[in-house]
Design a protein around this ligand. Structure first.
Ligand SMILES: [Ca+2]
Ligand SMILES: [Ca+2]
Ligand SMILES: [Cu+2]
Length: 278
């Protein structure tokens, strides 16, 4: 990514109220390198093999699995979240068992690693000599040079001329028609990369960023290399996932924002890494 200036924030009018996607503002960034894809299960396996690292999902003994992806005995299914009953807490679900104890990552070497918390992503970055992108770096890279566009490929809708991202088709959260080919994760090099060569910045899996989340941040954020509020309760997630649907979440847009606590893990979030360019 060359050093440059772009306009950060929503310009489509599709902002989710409360997410703080506006005001739009100019941001100037130093040059950096960013992964073309999210970190894969094969990448993460090398890290674990090298370090013996145990993820927070493994330490806590459970992680959040989408109901149609659960592969566990009934005794391992802990229950649903009240507001989001399509999420089950599943004992034994982790990056190597994304559906639960009855699943594994055979055949998923080129899929994004999931069930990794923000803290787990930090540990991976420390090992790899890299770091998470700031939210501004992520959006600059995701836009692929198309300032003001709704999506990384421009303003065409996500299904125009064939599906351009892995989201949800059908009636969420029950009936997925699989028009894009994928119920959960797709291989990291699926669809077409954006103008900067990034694959699937939107859709497939949410991507952790370095920053704390605050919905009011854009009202006072610095113009040069912003790195987020100084404190918070949730870390930024960007790009939406295979569970996004226009009727429900609509966060598979370049400017869309979400967050979760840094020790949370789930089956639809991963990360990509960056490094300063020397
Ligand atoms: Ca899909
Ligand atoms: Ca993504
Ligand atoms: Cu979504």
């Amino acid at each position: 990514m060359p050093a440059g200036t772009f306009t950060m924030g929503d310009s489509s009018g599709d902002e989710n109220p409360g997410d703080g996607e506006t005001p739009r503002h100019e941001v100037t960034l130093d040059a950096f390198e960013i992964d073309a894809t999210t970190v894969t299960t094969a990448d993460f396996a090398r890290f674990v093999q090298d370090t013996g690292y145990r993820t927070e999902a493994e330490t806590f003994g459970f992680s959040a699995v989408f109901h149609l992806a659960v592969a566990a005995d009934p005794a391992d299914i802990m229950g649903q979240a009240d507001a989001t009953p399509w999420w089950f807490g599943v004992q034994g679900a982790d990056w190597a068992h994304p559906g639960g104890p009855r699943s594994d990552v055979d055949g998923l070497a080129d899929h994004p690693v999931t069930h990794v918390s923000w803290n787990d992503a930090q540990a991976y970055c420390d090992w790899a000599g890299r770091r998470l992108p700031t939210e501004a770096e992520w959006e600059y890279a995701a836009r692929g040079g198309l300032d003001g566009a709704k999506y990384p490929w421009g303003d065409a809708e996500v299904d125009e001329g064939g599906w351009r991202a892995n989201i949800w088709q059908g009636v969420f959260p029950r009936d997925n028609t699989l028009e894009d080919g994928w119920l959960t994760t797709a291989p990291v090099r699926t669809f077409e990369p954006n103008g900067y060569g990034l694959w699937q910045p939107v859709g497939n899996v949410w991507e952790w960023c370095q920053d704390w989340f605050h919905p009011g941040y854009y009202r006072s954020s610095p113009g040069d290399n912003p790195s987020g509020p100084g404190a918070g309760t949730g870390r930024i997630l960007r790009g939406g996932s295979y569970l996004c649907h226009i009727s429900y979440c609509n966060r598979y847009r370049s400017s869309a924002r979400s967050s979760n606590t840094p020790d949370s893990s789930m089956g639809n979030a991963g990360f990509r890494t960056v490094a300063a360019r020397s």
